[in-house]
Design a binder for this molecule. Sequence first.
Ligand code: ARG
Length: 475
Amino acid sequence: MNDSDQHTRPDTAPTSQIWGGRFNSGPDQVMDAINPSIDFDRRFYAQDIAGSRAHAAMLVAAGIISAADGAAIDQGLAEIADEIANGSFVFSRALEDIHMNVEARLREKIGDAAGRLHTGRSRNDQVATDFRLWVRGAIDAIDGQLRDLQAAFIEQAERHYATVMPGFTHLQTAQPVTFGHHMLAYVEMFGRDRGRFADARRRLNQSPLGAAALAGTSFPIDRDSTAAALGFDGPAINSLDAVSDRDFVIEFLAAAALTSVHLSRLAEELIIWTSAQFNYVRLPDGFTTGSSIMPQKRNADAAELVRGKTGRVIGALNALLVVVKGLPLAFNKDMQEDKEPLFDAADTLSVCLAASIGMINGLTVNAPAMRASLAAGFPTATDLADWLVRALNMPFRDAHHVTGSLVKMAEDRGVDLADLSLADMQSVAPAITEAVFAVLSVDASVASRTSFGGTAPELVRAAAAAARARYMAST
Ligand code: ARG
């Protein structure tokens, strides 16, 4: 017995009732493992049944099937939806996918009328329709979570519009900013993500239903009515494109990948800020874990997992780009591989968003530690240089040089810029006056950053209110 014998069913194996008319024998056993999608595409059963009910109603309205058959189909499909919802439906891998599982059950319930449902359509337009509907729902759910995340940031910003902390470039102390300003940076980032998902939603919202296998159909179907019934903006324009397009999956994954990258950057900051060396924030207990050996530990596990799971979402985008890249028009079975990466990415993004919302909502800020760390790193050096420009009319390049010399002097003595005496300052630039000390404090520094989009507390407070109006008003 060679390998292929082992995997081959006897010739008496039943052929598929649904497509087996031209076959003498049933599928090889390997096909049981490679062919079915029912284990994952059952996830869009509700969309599949909604699509079938819309299609059947249209067939009746167009006079293609009888009202009696249409009523039996509709009633049967409604019952099947209940069976699946309450867990009593028995799925069959031999029936490959959700479409054939539902149709076979409909035949058990209503007999031959079930065979009329598939008039003027194909599994190719059916699956494209179902999946678009599912992805559309996923986009709406993610938009709600992104909005909740923005709300959490806005609340922190309202609370901490004046809480000073070092702003960093290269993770080196750069200039003072407020924590509220930092929170609002994320509001913008996730606002763009919402825009990308909304944009993808607009493009995906066309109905493939009625494109049939690839060429359209000779039956007088009404694609506008099924599109409207399913909440699409209209029918997809070209039947070949309608069944072969998976751009909507890729666009979703691209938006999800970038959103995940943003969540990962946030997670990284939370991990840095919760370290004992920074100690800027405390995560809620519910999102941290202890160590089995080191009793003092409070690990930011949720943030680390958000950072780590980003790899899966990026991987899903890559997987889909590779699946589609060599496919000729129109449908190819390869396209069945679109579902698992998308489901995994959607689930992963959703749980990462939930964790991020929880962490930001419950974040407590250690304002004294943030302020204390501004004592190091000369965060107001730029303020000194700017003062030299403003008060002494020095060219900025010269002011930069003078300030650099004063920073070196302070560094050599182990003190802050504000601790140098006026005589120290004048030894480098004789025209400096006592007035310079007014710009060297952290609070003066942030208060002076009043240019549009800057970190001055009054601006941050106004920006938080504006963000609330911009992002929280509509649902
Ligand atoms: N299970 C298939 C999928 O997920 C449904 C479409 C099958 N079409 C076909 N011609 N075999 O894409």
